[in-house]
Design a protein around this ligand. Structure first.
Ligand SMILES: [Zn+2]
Length: 133
């Protein structure tokens, strides 16, 4: 088996695999939380701050450049954090409607004779024993 053949084979397999995975996995069906993009931005800003500190330590940045950029990033971070807090305070975890307390359409039945309420429909009332129709 020649080296060229191996390389071609690897490329072909990788490409096929990538295409297959993409076709299968995109778009992702999971719901996106409303603060997702903010969380991502927050992570990016933290990353930038880390890079900035790193470059400053390497001597790539002047003091004033470092302070200026750091301040800008920190301000941006404060805005993002405030926004996340605002959103999670305004919309605490979007609950599915079925988690709400049940309205009067709840499955249940009232005895027409004595008025006793039961969760499930029954042929005869458990209180007065009369037929419930
Ligand atoms: Zn009854």
């Amino acid at each position: 088996m020649s080296l060229l053949f191996v390389v071609v084979l690897v490329v072909a397999v990788t490409t096929t695999f990538t295409l297959f995975v993409r076709a299968k996995d995109v778009p992702p069906p999971e719901p996106v939380p409303p603060t997702r993009h903010l969380e991502e931005r927050k992570a990016t800003i933290y990353e930038n701050l880390k890079d900035l500190q790193f470059e400053y330590r390497l001597g790539k940045l002047s003091d004033s450049d470092y302070q200026q950029t750091k301040l800008t990033l920190q301000r941006e971070l404060a805005v993002v954090l405030a926004e996340i807090e605002k959103m999670s305070a305004a919309a605490p975890a979007p609950k599915p409607p079925k988690a709400q307390p049940k309205p009067k359409s709840a499955p249940g039945i009232d005895c027409p004779h004595c008025g006793a309420h039961f969760d499930h429909a029954m042929k005869f009332c458990g209180e007065c024993g009369k037929a419930m129709t």
